[in-house]
Design a protein. Structure first.
Lengths: 329, 329
């Protein structure tokens, strides 16, 4: 299960098995979406399969999650999603009503994100060989001229900004799984981030890094960016916005909110001279209303993420081996 | 199971459930790949999930099938595949060696087709919730200027050409499933068709329709083209190339080769003035060496496919409800 968790085991699989088998450099760039040239245009191209369990959870379902997830992966290259594909693997016997509700949610999410579902596929596997509905979405979008957003560009001095409170998606899914009840109403943060990113790019095309901290949470995203860029990252724990209900649920379950999945949040590495203006642009957008500066990029401890704890100490933030919560997306 | 078979039930699902939910026209065009505009370029965009069982079969495996399938869907719009995405849903406990062999096959197939795997994803589901490996591939490619290939363009007078002998893929997969043995060596026809289509387009950009007869076989492709264009199609049964070993296996199993899946064949509707030259170009290409004229497009019986049988009679070729052989791709 750990190999699907988005942590170190997933990274090993990508690097040693897939990138080796495919033998190319585009895949090895380790971005959320690939930047490719086609017909003179610079495109972002991304794919994700969704196996979240249960299919419906507070704040969303596998359908809007699948649309927003790929829209957001494209946005992390600075691209506005233009076209999506959707491919279903249905389990024999799943109610068409369930498939219909998922498709309706996808249509509504696509409409909200301003993206067109252009092509699709449906396969059916025997009862007992699936989980009702698995969905894959892939997407393409244009990368605006002058934009070059990738983890390798993190630079000492960059200001690290998160777009809103973290941890809600993972806790919301967990709250309805296995009958757990926390007595609180945590709803998933699933949302499209293309509009927020467009607002940020209006301030400056020179954003260094964008990443949506899904599987593995904020900590995993920061570790990957530190490793890819060879810079250090310092995070002030108390500056990281965590909703009280999420903190309570995490305390109860022994989870660290830094490692819990988000589906409508991004972390940005912004050159210091643009940080105030970018933060203001984020605050002016509904998806960035809760944006906060959580740290900086430093030349000390290259490749490593360090958190300043509430007690005034520091601790190393590690890349997790697998995922605390399997099948979160 | 029938809803995943590529026949009438799949069509209903696409038309009434997905196209309705997504509310757009691109999806409703019913082509193998969508033609979209982005950054001034005309792109083909396609997706397919693969759930073939078993994963390895004579002549190929789920890996090369997944690469060739999407390469071919793009080729059916006249596009040469440029970039692919690959997304895996792995079942917990599947041997990494198996995943590695699939990935190696994908790398080799991508290399043979001249396409770059640009982005990917891996999810893992619990043991018992998958079948080892499910793969999704999506792809993009450029549609050359002046090319407008879609089923609606079939016109009375068009010559109907198939690129080679049919039925091998379906029979090859079936031969190793459930321990069936036919005493013959039928291997899958899985192959990339981008090069063959490029050769055909060198003769004329004015090919009317291209389709790769996968799920549901040649009969389903012809029925879909007849319905989309509102023209009639007449096929001479004795002109359709069927290998002896495939015919024998189909006879044994009570299958009609016209409905058996192919993964390296195409059917083309060619304006009569270009038919000889296109056929010659096909014969000159390794993937079209066995090409044959099998029929014509007529103004009689609009929307219907009729076969001239060996006995001199005619029969209506119907769209199947589902698939004779589930999980063939």
């Amino acid at each position: 299960m750990g190999h699907g968790g988005g942590g170190a085991l997933s990274g090993e699989l990508t690097e040693h098995l897939f990138a080796a088998a495919y033998g190319n450099e585009t895949l090895a760039a380790l971005t959320d979406s690939a930047a490719v040239e086609l017909g003179g245009a610079r495109l972002a191209f991304s794919t994700d399969s969704y196996v979240v369990r249960p299919l419906f959870f507070p704040g969303g379902c596998i359908g809007d999650l699948a649309v927003n997830g790929t829209v957001n992966d494209l946005a992390m290259s600075g691209a506005r999603a233009a076209y999506l594909s959707t491919a279903f693997i249905l389990e024999e016997g799943v109610a068409l009503d369930v498939v219909g509700r998922v498709a309706q949610a996808m249509g509504a999410a696509a409409s909200a994100a301003g993206v067109t579902v252009a092509t699709g596929d449906t396969k059916v596997v025997e009862s007992g060989h699936g989980d009702g509905v698995y969905v894959n979405t892939s997407g393409i979008g244009l990368i605006p001229p002058g934009v070059d957003i990738r983890p390798q560009r993190a630079t000492p001095g960059d200001v690290v900004v998160v777009s809103g409170p973290i941890g809600a998606h993972g806790v919301a899914v967990l709250s309805v799984r296995e009958g757990l009840e926390f007595g609180s109403d945590v709803v998933s943060d699933t949302a499209p981030l293309g509009g927020l990113v467009a607002s940020m790019l209006e301030v400056t095309p020179d954003l260094h890094v964008l990443r949506d901290p899904t599987r593995g949470g904020l900590a995993t995203s920061l570790c990957e960016i530190a490793a890819a860029s060879g810079t250090g990252v310092v995070v002030t724990e108390s500056a990281v916005p965590v909703p009280e209900s999420v903190a309570a649920a995490c305390g109860f379950l022994g989870l660290d909110p830094l490692y819990v999945a988000n589906e409508g949040r991004l972390v940005a590495f912004v050159p210091p001279q643009h940080a105030d203006a970018v933060l203001a642009a984020m605050h002016a957008h509904p998806q960035g209303a809760g944006a906060a500066v959580i740290g900086t990029c430093v030349s000390e401890h290259p490749g490593m993420v360090v958190a300043r704890t509430g007690l005034g100490g520091t601790r190393v933030v590690d890349l997790p081996l697998g995922e605390q919560l399997p099948r979160i997306c």
